[in-house]
Design a binder for this molecule. Sequence first.
Ligand code: C2E
Ligand code: CA
Ligand code: CA
Ligand code: CA
Length: 275
Amino acid sequence: AKSGGRGTYVQYEPEMDAHLQAVQQMRVSLRQALANGDLEVHYQPLVDLHTGKITTFEALARWPHPERDQVSPAEFIPVAEETGLIGSLGEWILRQACTEALKWPPHVSVAVNLSPLQFRNQGLAATVGDILEETGLEASRLQLEITESVLLDDCDGNLQILKAIRRLGVKIAIDDFGTGFSSLGYLRTFPFDKIKVDRSFITDLPDGRESLAIVRAVAAIGRSLGIVTTVEGVERQRQFDVIKAEGFDEAQGYLIARPLPAEQATKLAHSAHVE
Ligand code: C2E
Ligand code: CA
Ligand code: CA
Ligand code: CA
């Protein structure tokens, strides 16, 4: 044990130490990458299932790492969250995404993921407004994707921030829908503009009976509430066909396109159809 101050002892746990050290190290190099402009944003299209046209690109953070192939955002976003870097990282991504979207045809929107921790910034709505003003992107072309944990956390404060963002004219999507405990309840709490069904429900289509029943129910709810319905993670043609037959509005997934570097995405945005 090592001394943790007068009269107290902190149990020395080498494993914990190793984790903290790794997080600290990644924090330092992530901060550097952000400062040096080494981070990138890639864009994955969402297509309208009725017209086949691209409606939206989702912005996804990328970190081309010198010593490793790539660090997944599933790994570095949590580090940014743990170390307080998420605020500046999130703003950077938002600014990049809005700037890129200006190069696309005006009917194409951009979707940006918001971490629940970004809501600790009481001025988040003002920040979003400032970035829209700075870049000149029309508010209606920006969609922000949140998970239900944003509403679960504290949550009246977050709800107020979300309402203020929506008052700017920005669209709000609920991401990873169906994975939480009470996704349905949140549809009553907040007027979401879009539902994105989690990939886990798409993976076992068309054979998974339970997934099919759930996906069908979500499509019906979206229709009756007037909310745009999307699925993520469409990898196979048969999944695409089921989703289309069930009346979803949009689809996203490797079958349509992988997340692309900005330049390629912008080229794709200007070509008439995908597939
Ligand atoms: P997410 O928001 O659910 O994003 C969708 C993830 O699914 C992305 O992974 C995307 O590349 C991947 N994906 C898309 N189509 C398919 C498919 O057909 N099959 C499979 N297997 N995967 C598909 P990615 O880019 O690795 O991001 C992982 C997660 O990291 C995201 O999940 C999101 O939670 C977080 N993330 C990524 N970029 C950002 C960001 O800029 N800000 C924040 N706060 N979080 C981000
Ligand atoms: Ca997302
Ligand atoms: Ca998602
Ligand atoms: Ca997901």
